[in-house]
Design a protein around this ligand. Structure first.
Ligand SMILES: NC(=O)c1ccc[n+]([C@@H]2O[C@H](COP(=O)([O-])OP(=O)(O)OC[C@H]3O[C@@H](n4cnc5c(N)ncnc54)[C@H](OP(=O)(O)O)[C@@H]3O)[C@@H](O)[C@H]2O)c1
Length: 335
């Protein structure tokens, strides 16, 4: 039986439809036979949706009185919209938490057909793991950044609504793949022959290739699987940054020199970007919140509960996912 057959002929809404993860999800939902509605902002960049058959709705989730159109006709909702960079704690909370209350309250009142909601949270909601061990779903949540705190608040709201709505929360670690722009900076540096080591060596992380995350989200939307719980989804491995760098260098056939930067050296850089951000409409590219992330020894999670509960096996190990990603960057002249 096709585990995604529930999506054929269904109507689904993707929030953050034009974003990195949202746009890949849109592609897969369309391929699964869904009528896809996408929630985007007035000024969202729609380049990844160009030519797709998604029906767009312009809604800014930061507005306190936003209304989701056509909720009455929706079978599935994939809540991918989120702020990964903001100028203040309040900025993160407004979109990643407060908007969830409004969204799910409208679902409760008007979403009589909804069979499944997948809420995209993050490993950041739980926080880092002690070096050499993994966090899982029973690890107490101790987010260390404003972003992580706001993602935790968002998933708590989603789970409160699980009394009346069929919600599953997915917590990915770092997601990589075609169209992604942050991890890309790391890959681009390697392509130029430079590896970066910030602080001590051997820092660890979990990863997931975007196609596997999308498959996991589609699988988690199945109506009979909705239990009002949070799950980590990863590629099943723990990586060190050095291994990831080596793998990228091998794929691009480059030799790398490692540039070692003491963590303390980055504080003035973060402060500089924060001052710039004060006079700009955009949040800082790099700030002291980002430094808190970088300082941690390990961002690693176990996805065993998801793998067992949903009979799910990721299809992309690092070498395959990274090869596809780098090939996409090369074909699209990013590298
Ligand atoms: N990428 C990762 O490694 C990763 C890891 C863990 C969790 N996540 C979570 O995955 C989700 C998607 O992340 P992503 O990597 O795809 O990021 P992304 O490319 O930045 O996409 C974020 C999406 O959210 C939308 N959005 C932001 N503020 C909004 C608002 N006020 N109203 C309506 N839409 C708004 C953005 O619209 P605009 O284009 O108009 O800004 C964009 O479509 C986020 O919730 C993030 O927390 C991502």
């Amino acid at each position: 039986m096709n585990v995604l057959s529930h999506l054929n002929g269904a109507t689904a809404l993707v929030t953050g439809a034009n974003g990195f993860i949202g746009s890949h999800l849109v592609d897969q939902l369309l391929a699964s036979g869904c009528e896809v509605h996408g929630l985007v902002r007035e000024r969202s960049d729609l380049k990844w949706l160009d030519g797709s058959k998604v029906v767009l709705h312009r809604v800014d989730l930061a507005q306190s009185d936003f209304v989701i159109p056509g909720l009455e006709k929706l079978d599935y909702i994939f809540h991918c919209a989120g702020l990964t960079r903001a100028k203040s704690r309040a900025g993160y909370f407004q979109v990643n938490a407060t908007a969830c209350s409004n969204l799910y309250e409208q679902c409760r009142q008007r979403g009589s057909r909804i069979k499944g909601i997948v809420h995209l949270s993050s490993l950041a909601a739980t926080g880092p793991s002690p070096q050499g061990s993994l966090v899982d779903e029973i690890t107490p949540c101790r987010p260390v950044t404003f972003y992580g705190q706001s993602k935790l608040a968002g998933e708590e709201i989603a789970l409160q609504y699980s009394q009346s709505l069929p919600v599953t929360v997915i917590r990915p670690p770092v997601v990589y793949g075609p169209r992604e722009e942050n991890f890309f900076t790391f890959i681009k540096l390697i392509g130029k022959g430079w590896g970066l080591q910030i602080g001590r060596a051997g820092k660890e992380l979990s990863l997931i290739y975007v196609s596997d995350l999308v498959q996991a989200m589609l699988t988690a939307s199945h109506p009979i699987k909705q239990e009002g719980r949070s799950y980590f989804v990863t590629d099943g491995c723990v990586h060190s940054w050095e291994q990831v760098a080596k793998e990228c260098a091998r794929i691009m056939n480059v030799r790398i020199k490692t540039l070692k930067i003491p963590e303390g050296m980055l504080t003035p850089v973060a402060l500089f970007f924060e001052v710039l951000a004060r006079v700009s409409s955009r949040p800082a590219l790099f700030d002291r919140q980002r430094m808190i992330d970088i300082r941690q020894s390990s961002w690693s999670a176990s996805a065993e509960h998801f793998f067992k509960g949903f009979d799910f096996e990721p299809q992309y190990e690092l070498s395959r996912g990274m090869a596809e990603t780098i090939s996409w960057y090369q074909q699209n002249k990013w590298l």
